[in-house]
Design a protein. Structure first.
Length: 228
């Protein structure tokens, strides 16, 4: 079994999901008490958020590249960035260690399901910039996002609540409304493009198929670790 490197802490709430799902995926394949070989480098998100807010992606990229270097030194053969937004600096991490890109893993699942137009929920950076939607487009997948007000509200829930382990019914209702609007505009599926969103909403909250990027990414990592 090969060793997976995970850059976590963005936020640590979803890093827990990654650790559990990677191990569960390996256990499902191998049985018994098997688990995955994982090296986790968990950063302090409070150091990263101000860089995001200032648009200092060069400093953010160096922060994550440093994490990747530590994972490489610990024996990891591949690296996962445990957040959608921070794939903005994927190239900085890829320069250190081979990267399993979250959008590529998600696109493969979407294409397998026959989805070419999807609704995307995530941070404002993920919904508004092209580092993520452009990557999906390379796979032939078009994305629909909420209007400006909806994007702002979704973004605020992520940072003010989900990253702090707060899961409010009012916020769940907000996400339901935004997903319904995306469905009405022609999305055939919803991409939960922030790794914390799956902690708030489930399949019961939407009439469309939901693609939880944290779970998809973790499962793809387990596939890599067990591949010949």
């Amino acid at each position: 079994m090969k060793t997976i490197g995970l850059i976590g802490g963005m936020s640590w709430e979803s890093t827990v999901v990654y650790y559990q799902e990677i191990n569960r995926s390996v256990a499902r394949r191998l049985g018994g008490v098997h688990g995955a070989r994982i090296v986790v480098d968990s950063i302090d998100f409070a150091e990263l958020v101000p860089l995001q807010q200032r648009g200092d992606w060069a400093a953010a990229g160096e922060l994550l590249a440093g994490s990747a270097r530590r994972l490489r030194a610990a024996g990891a053969g591949i690296v996962l960035i445990g957040a959608n937004t921070m794939h903005k600096v994927a190239a900085d991490v890829q320069a250190v260690l081979p990267l399993l890109h979250i959008a590529d893993a998600t696109a493969a699942r979407l294409r397998a399901g026959g989805h070419t137009t999807v609704g995307l929920l995530g941070t404002r950076y993920t919904m508004e910039q092209d580092f993520y939607t452009g990557r999906l487009a390379e796979h032939g997948i078009a994305t629909l996002v909420p209007d400006a007000g909806g994007r702002e509200r979704i973004h605020d829930v992520i940072y003010d609540e989900l990253c702090k382990g707060v899961f409010a019914e009012a916020s769940r209702a907000l996400y339901r409304e935004e997903m319904a609007r995306l469905a009405a505009r022609g999305a055939s599926a919803i991409v939960l493009g922030c790794t914390e969103i799956g902690l708030l909403v489930s399949r019961d909250d939407c009439t469309l198929p939901l693609f939880d990027t944290a779970l998809i990414h973790a499962q793809a990592a387990a596939d890599w670790a067990l591949a010949d």
